[in-house]
Design a protein around this ligand. Structure first.
Ligand code: GDP
Length: 182
């Protein structure tokens, strides 16, 4: 069954987003403590796709060796997953484009892994500021990408963007089915 992987810097709001998407508060616990999601978690949604929760990257306080180990872990995942349809890279909408996120998107692109961007914590900005941040992000992406990836503006605390993300995934799954059984 198709799977979709969610990844981002620690504290970006990944657990909260996953709780919003799964609507099961008990499934992925949120925490203010970075580095809590250590291993891969799978959630089966509507009996027809997997939401894969990957550990957060970019902890400031871990050693070089554990950074390396972590990178290996992530790259192993992406190189081995046959069922992976798309990754979602989460970025905090308040932050300027960060090298670590851009590099990660570059890695996905080089490895032919489709991805979308999920802007998180949109409730923290006014609509105009959201537009400005998204615009800036798109400008940055267009420096290296010919096309923009699909992107979603979300807030887990205000329940914004839940339908958009889920509809995108459902539509993609339907497309996959159509291609399988024309
Ligand atoms: P993770 O480390 O990426 O899994 O991030 P968490 O989901 O644990 O969230 C990190 C912090 O950001 C917590 O204090 C959350 O309450 C807060 N947070 C997460 N999502 C949102 C959001 O949509 N809006 C606001 N205002 N805060 C959020």
């Amino acid at each position: 069954i198709p799977e979709y992987a969610f990844i981002g810097r620690s504290n970006v709001g990944k657990s909260s987003l996953i709780n919003m998407l799964t609507d099961r508060r008990s499934l992925a616990k949120t925490s203010g403590r970075p580095g809590k999601t250590q291993l891969i978690n799978h959630f089966i949604i509507n009996d027809n796709w997997y939401l894969v929760d990957l550990p957060g990257y970019g902890y400031a306080r871990v050693s070089k060796t554990s950074k390396k180990k972590f990178q290996k872990f992530i790259t192993n995942y992406f190189e081995q997953r046959q069922q992976l349809v798309s990754a979602f890279v989460l970025v905090d909408i308040r932050h300027k484009p960060q090298p670590i996120d851009l590099e990660f998107m570059q890695y996905l692109g080089e490895n032919g892994i489709p991805f979308g961007i999920i802007f998180t914590k949109a409730d923290k900005l006014k609509p105009k500021a959201i537009d400005k941040q998204v615009d800036e992000y798109c400008q940055e992406l267009l420096k290296t990408w010919e096309e923009l990836p699909p992107y979603f503006i979300t807030s887990s605390s205000k329940k914004i963007g839940q339908e958009e993300v889920l509809n995108f995934i459902e539509a993609t799954n339907e497309e996959i089915e159509r291609l399988k059984n024309p």
